[in-house]
Ligand binder design. Structure first.
Ligand SMILES: Nc1nc2c(c(=O)[nH]1)N=C([C@H](O)[C@H](O)COP(=O)(O)OP(=O)(O)OP(=O)(O)O)CN2
Ligand code: ZN
Length: 120
């Protein structure tokens, strides 16, 4: 069994209601994110690939389009724009087209934070 991964970056703004550092979090502010998408499977014996990385990149474009340079508070079905919810949103967006989807990791590199979602 193999795992193959590809990443995309997006920059987005949001507000967040929380009980610590509440005031700056409630103001509109932005983050740079890196999303890592992992698929799991056996390479096709003829192609030697789980999925061609060119196809993989095109599938990921749908998720990137929905998040990059967006106000995340307005993204349908996201809920509070936490890394947890972003991971679920990317999973739900890719699941119908991305066979063998195994996990989504949302990174915020500037602060050394990451959240991983393995599906339900
Ligand atoms: N469990 C989670 N907790 C928090 C999340 C999250 O996604 N999941 N997100 C936030 C906020 O986005 C908040 O803006 C982060 O604030 P803070 O950690 O104070 O960091 P900075 O805004 O200073 O980070 P930079 O990216 O370096 O500007 C809070 N909690
Ligand atoms: Zn934030």
């Amino acid at each position: 069994m193999h795992e193959l991964s590809k990443q995309f970056r997006f920059d987005a703004a949001h507000t967040l209601h929380r009980d610590i550092d509440a005031e700056p979090s409630r103001r509109v502010h932005g983050h740079s994110y890196r999303a890592e998408v992992v698929v799991r499977g056996r390479p096709d014996p003829e192609t030697g690939m789980i999925i061609d990385l060119g196809h993989f990149e095109r599938l990921l474009e749908a998720a990137r389009d929905g998040l990059d340079h967006r106000f995340l508070d307005d993204v349908p079905d996201l809920g509070p724009a936490t890394m947890e919810n972003l991971a679920v949103w990317v999973w739900r967006t890719l699941k119908p087209t991305c066979a063998g989807l195994s996990r989504i990791v949302i990174h915020r590199d500037s602060s050394g934070e990451a959240c991983t979602y393995y599906g339900d």
